[in-house]
Design a protein around this ligand. Sequence first.
Ligand code: PLP
Length: 406
Amino acid sequence: MSFDPYAIRNDFPILERTNRGKPLVYLDTAASAQKPRAVIDAISEFYESHYANIHRGVYELSERATRMHDDAREKVAAFLGAAESREIVFTRNATESINLVAASWGRQNLGAGDEILITTLEHHANIVPWQLLCEEKNAHLRVVPINDAGELDMDAFESLLSDRTRLVAASHVSNALGTINPVREIISIAHERGIPVLLDGAQAVPRFAVDVQELGCDFYVFSGHKLYGPSGVGILYGRAELLESMPVYQSGGDMIETVSFEKSTFKSAPYKFEAGTPDIAGAIGLGAAIQYLSGLGMDEIERHEMELTAYGTKLLEAIPEVRLIGTAAKKTGVLSFVVDGIHPHDLGTILDMEGIAIRAGHHCAQPLMERFDVPATARASLGLYNIPEDLDHLGEGLHKAIEMFR
Ligand code: PLP
């Protein structure tokens, strides 16, 4: 069956709701994606029929819940193309996954005078943990600049790598501009010098197929809620040998092998990084989201969002008062813009009255806003359920706002 976004919309109950009494036009999927019935049902069914804590009970229900949680990990591993499911750590979100790497791998491997290289395009989640680590270790945070289109300066990237660089941490897709970064090139150049690479895939995994083995990255992180799954669950992929070499991060129940008052020993990866009761239903919901997306086909989703991005770009370019921020040759899913004489927050409020949900602000990327010399942008972001009509509504809403401010 071919990919039909109009039919797919029926899978998402919330799209039947209104916003301010108007049909909902949801253009904020980069912040969080709406949930298909398959995910909602998987979570309800788990709580209704299978719920128990995992890894602890000898009774049937607990064993079943454990199997369902294990199965979710297998699904994530297959979705990312990981070699083994022990390379998949369940966390709360992409932010926690990055913090885990910074606190564990970072503390172990960074020393005074060392460097971590990030990019101007990063979300705060891929800036602040490294900044704090560098402060703690007397190390330095280096930043790859971008051009006016919002593309990485790859010559600068190469020249910023030094014999003190210990890690490159870069987004796969920028949340604020939609730029798709040349991650293969980044990994190949960094690896030539023996430098590991962490990719922040929060905006990539919902938009196209990702294969961590094919990419060759060392760490890959994402959030369940942006992948049409529930909030409260995130993923850290790490190459098995790296995860095994890393010290524990949080400690307590479930991650230990033995405990005495003198000394404790720990399980192997991924369990040593999963202290306490996890978001069991969240993991199962994420597994259901992956199954749903795989059923639709990631390549179809990619094509659809690329087409919509091109459609939206044309539509916005045709409005003289609108200036697009982020015009990379390779971009997807995100349309960031400013409108002459209207603050993005006012624009967000006016569009809201028309039923249109967009985001206005710095998008957790303040240094990037500074680079473009704007305090904020308006951002319409796309998901697999969006249709050209959603963007037409956005265009009409913008014309209305421009008239109001004239
Ligand atoms: N990285 C990117 C590129 C993002 O877009 C986001 C969220 O917007 C994050 C990280 C942080 O995600 P979360 O808040 O789910 O941890």
